[in-house]
Design a binder for this molecule. Structure first.
Ligand code: NAP
Length: 243
C-alpha cells in the first residue's frame, strides 16, 4: 500500500502537515488539500520533488470544490487508497451567547467537509474494492467542552459519521476509523491562555502536550496492512487525558 495515493486535508500546517511528512516518508503518493495555495505548493515541492506529492488547493466546505479536487486527483494519480479528513477549525464561545453563524461554521467545515470528501471519494474506493478513510475527530467530541458546543457537536458528528460509513462500505473492502487527539501543540492551541494550558497539562498523565507526529504515527498505522481488520473505531491519542 505504501505507494498508494492518499488525500490529506488541512495539510498546510499543524497536524495535517505532520501527517503529510510521515506518509511521504513512508512512500505514499500524496494529494495535499487546504486553502493556502502557496504553503501547500511549497510543502508539496519539498516532500515530493518528483511529482509524487502534489498540491490541490480548495475549500472543503464547498461540495463543488471538493468534487473538482477529487476528480483532479483521480485523473492525476488514478485510484485513491486513503482519505485523511483532517482539516478543521474552532469558533469558540459560550453556548448561551453563540450566534447561529458561529454555531454553523465548525459544523459546515469540520463535519460538512468530512462528509463532502468521503462522499466524493467513496465511489472510487468502491470500484477498487479497497480503501481507508481516517477522520480526525477530537476528545472534545467524546467529552464535550464549555465554550466549544459547536466544535464538540461537529467532532461527535464525525465519530457517528465514521461508524455509519464503516457499516455501509465495509462489504466493499473499505475501512473507516476516527482518531481523537487530545491537546496537540499547533496554531489551533497556541492562542489558549497560559493558565488554561497549565490546567490542561495537569490533566495529562504523560505530562506533555502531544505533537503532530503523535497523531501522524497512528494515521500511518491505520493505513497499514496491520490495521486491515479495524473499522468503525475511534482511537484516542491524548497522553491519557480522557480515560
Ligand atoms: P490548524 O493548525 O489550525 O490547521 C488546520 C488546517 O485545516 C489547516 O491546514 C487549514 O488550512 C485547514 N483548513 C481549515 N479550514 C479549511 C477549509 N475550509 N478548507 C480547506 N482547509 C481548511 O489545526 P490543527 O491543530 O493542525 O488541527 C487539525 C485537525 O485536528 C482539526 O480537525 C482539529 O479539529 C483536530 N484536532 C486538533 C487538536 C489540537 O490540539 N491541535 C486536538 C484535537 C483535534 P488553510 O487555512 O490553509 O485552509
Amino acid at each position: 500500500m505504501s505507494n498508494g495515493t492518499v488525500i490529506v486535508t488541512g495539510a498546510s500546517r499543524g497536524i495535517g502537515e505532520a501527517i503529510s511528512r510521515e506518509l511521504a516518508a513512508a512512500g505514499f503518493r500524496l494529494a495535499l488539500v487546504a486553502r493556502s495555495a502557496d504553503r501547500l505548493a511549497a510543502l508539496a515541492a519539498e516532500l515530493g520533488p518528483g511529482g509524487e506529492v502534489q498540491a490541490f488547493p480548495g475549500d472543503i466546505s464547498d461540495f463543488e470544490d471538493v468534487q473538482r479536487i477529487v476528480k483532479e486527483v483521480h485523473e492525476k494519480f488514478g485510484d485513491i487508497y486513503g482519505l485523511v479528513n483532517n482539516a478543521g477549525m474552532t469558533r469558540d464561545g459560550l453556548f448561551m451567547r453563540m450566534s447561529p453563524e458561529n454555531w454553523q461554521a465548525p459544523i459546515d467545515i469540520n463535519l460538512g467537509g468530512t462528509f463532502y470528501f468521503t462522499r466524493a471519494v467513496a465511489p472510487i474506493m468502491m470500484r477498487a474494492r479497497i480503501g481507508r478513510i481516517i477522520n480526525i475527530s477530537s476528545v472534545i467530541g467524546l467529552t464535550g467542552n464549555a465554550g466549544q458546543a459547536n466544535y464538540a457537536a461537529s467532532k461527535a458528528g464525525i465519530i457517528a459519521l465514521t461508524k455509519s460509513v464503516a457499516k455501509e462500505l465495509g462489504s466493499r473492502g473499505i475501512t473507516a476509523n476516527a482518531v481523537a487527539p487530545g491537546f496537540i501543540a499547533t496554531d489551533m492551541t497556541a492562542d489558549l491562555p497560559e493558565k488554561v494550558q497549565a490546567v490542561m497539562l495537569g490533566q495529562i498523565p504523560l505530562k506533555r502536550f502531544g505533537e503532530g507526529k503523535d497523531v501522524a504515527g497512528v494515521v500511518k498505522f491505520l493505513l497499514s496492512q496491520e490495521a486491515s481488520y479495524i473499522t468503525g473505531q475511534t482511537l484516542v491519542v491524548d497522553g491519557g487525558m480522557v480515560m
